[in-house]
Design a binder for this molecule. Sequence first.
Ligand SMILES: [Zn+2]
Length: 176
Amino acid sequence: MKNNNEYKIAIFGAFASIIFTAIYDFIKAKPILSTFWNLLKWIWNHIFEFQLKIWQILIFFITIWIIKSIIKVFKKPNENLTTQNDADWLNYTEDNINGLNWRWKWIKNVLTHKWNIEDLTIACNKCGTSMHLDDSYVYGKTAECPRCENRIRDYKDLVKIEAIIIDNVKRDMYKK
Ligand SMILES: [Zn+2]
């Protein structure tokens, strides 16, 4: 995971700078031979310079990562045109499954970029109107047509219908 690594580097960088500062303070407080002191100063200056560069790179990567994340969040569901044009299964929004006409919409999740089935319902077998589905503990599964009052009982579980639709797409079985 690239993002995770960037995060780890940032933590490591923070720790490293704390440790180097501690060493620097320790060196300053102790009387040491001037040559040795100069050598340490030379190392410190070079390490410090290196640290600065790492921080600049880190800030650069973190800024890019933040911008990328913001763009991802605000991306509209249908913005990805290649998916839109290539994926003809997006037009697959109706099918007869287990003797009933099912109807649904494909909605892209803005965070995961995955397409989800939404508004899954049964089309009335008498007038074609989208039915109102109700799953109650007492009455069981009932689909009711708002137009002609037609009722359908004991339709297949919505989770199973979704699984069948997704399987049809994955195995190209939706193409008639
Ligand atoms: Zn109806």
